[in-house]
Design a protein around this ligand. Structure first.
Ligand SMILES: Cc1ncc(COP(=O)(O)O)c(C=O)c1O
Length: 456
């Protein structure tokens, strides 16, 4: 059944919100009704798309609805009854705890299911016996097929310079962060080198840096207030986790060593404005393709000595990185690059539309309620899509307005689990919510947010 896009969007809103409307009418003030009718106004939602972004944006609205089809929970088509039966009929949905604390990228599962055999690999029993992959490479455990696909993907997407760079593979970019800290610090220094990052910073940095109580490096907090003389390491996360903003180093002193964590510098999250060109950059399949369970990340490193030290760290730590995972990652990256070059079912186009659909639904739900506020982003020209796009981060950095001082605690009372601002060196008035969960969980979250605003 071919239901027009605008009708399907309004249908989805009705499915999500209308069953409660009759009951709520009695307690609603005129303002509440206005809020709800605005949230239901599809025309308004459509107008929220910038003109220049029309193709991707129109597709995105459709994706916000259609992607239900792609979770295996939802098997029916996008007819109204198909949408209706999934959201409304699940028992216990209103009471369920909605856990959006972690950035678990399960929203990508539908796409990879659709790709079927394209990314399936068979590894015979005789393969991957040796620890070694290529002794001529600085990173001797780096599987050549994986290295080739890393270079190719960066060229296709245009998000990083790979010429004159050494690739170091890691068990996730988490291992590479530690490898980089090890490589950039000096065992002969009089005291541990300070590690800083501008708040709000990725909540794992402080514990990653300090949990081993290393004598090489120590966490020194918010880069904005760092005023100690001497060498330091700054972690620059761009786009940033939790707030999605593009970042540059903020300390900006001569003895600074920079680690650029570019886990989210991919077109579904932010416009690709130019290829990143830093001394040490980190990427991961966890956020680029959604394969967090594969545990594969990679570093692009300018200085050979730094790449050698990082390799040494991983050698001491895990004697290399799973070859099976590298082969699987190579296959996935190849499928992504092939898809982009052939123009059909491009992973990034698909993911962009999914994320755009989610952000539009979120804005429509939150912005007229007054209880919460969302960050605003400026569109830029994305060289990958060849048009202006808006940032649509992997996390929602939600602010509770008015008297609510503990946003995480407030949401927890409504059975939404998020990660409070304090974990990121920020204010408890803010909390981080993953935008990467399944469509089912995301829609339950939207419905819960809407209900909270009606109760208030
Ligand atoms: C900014 C940032 N860096 C690194 C990581 C770790 O990623 P990986 O799964 O590759 O270890 C994450 C995971 O959420 C992240 O958000």
């Amino acid at each position: 059944m071919n239901v027009p896009v605008s009708f399907r969007v309004s249908a989805l809103f009705c499915v999500l919100f209308c069953p409660r409307m009759a009951k709520l009418q009695a307690v609603f003030s005129l303002r509440h009704m206005l809020v709800m009718s605005l949230a239901l106004n599809v025309g308004l939602i459509m107008r929220m798309f910038p003109d220049s972004d029309e193709t991707l944006a129109n597709d995105a609205v459709e994706a916000g609805v259609n992607s239900k089809r792609e979770t295996h929970v939802v098997q029916k088509s996008t007819t109204l009854s198909g949408v209706n039966s999934t959201s409304a009929d699940r028992p216990g949905r209103r009471e369920r705890v909605i856990n959006l604390d972690h950035g678990d990228p399960t929203m990508y599962e539908g796409y990879w299911r659709q790709m079927g055999e394209k990314t399936t690999i068979t590894i015979p029993g005789w393969q991957s016996l040796s620890y070694i992959s290529d002794m001529t490479n600085v990173c001797w455990f780096l599987v050549p097929e994986f290295a080739e696909e890393v270079v190719r993907l960066h060229q296709v997407v245009g998000n990083a310079v790979t010429e004159d760079r050494h690739i170091v593979v890691g068990t996730g970019s988490s291992q590479l962060i530690l490898a980089a800290l090890y490589a950039l610090s000096s065992p002969d220094a009089a005291e541990p080198i300070s590690v800083v990052s501008a708040a709000p910073y990725y909540s794992s940095y402080p514990s990653m840096v300090d949990y081993q109580k290393s004598r090489l490096y120590k966490w020194a907090g918010d880069a904005e207030s760092f005023n100690k003389d001497g060498p330091y390491i700054e972690l620059v996360t761009s786009p940033n986790n939790p707030d999605g903003l593009l970042r540059r180093s903020v300390v900006n002193r001569s003895q600074g060593l920079l680690i650029h964590d570019l886990a989210y510098y991919w077109p579904q999250y932010t416009p690709i404005t130019s290829p990143s060109d830093h001394d040490l950059s980190l990427f991961t399949v966890s956020k680029s393709t959604g394969h967090a369970g594969m545990r594969i990340g990679w570093a692009l490193v300018k200085d050979r000595k730094v790449a050698e030290k990082m390799t040494r760290f991983i050698e001491l730590n895990t004697i290399g990185v799973s070859k099976d995972s590298q082969l699987r990652a190579a296959k996935v990256l190849k499928a992504v690059s092939d898809g982009c070059q052939q123009g059909e079912s491009s992973f990034f186009k698909h993911s962009y539309k999914l994320m755009a659909g989610r952000w539009k639904l979120l804005r429509a739900t939150v912005e007229y309620g007054g209880l919460f506020s969302l960050p605003q982003f400026c569109p830029s020209f994305c060289t990958f899509f060849g048009q202006e796009t808006e940032p649509q981060p992997a996390f929602l950095w939600l602010r509770c307005e008015g008297e609510i001082e503990d946003c995480e605690g407030f949401l927890r009372k409504h059975k939404i689990i998020s990660r409070g601002g304090k974990h990121f060196g920020g204010s408890p008035k803010l909390t981080r919510i993953s935008m990467l969960d399944t469509q089912e969980t995301f829609l339950d979250f939207i419905e819960r947010l809407s209900n909270i605003q009606q109760i208030k």
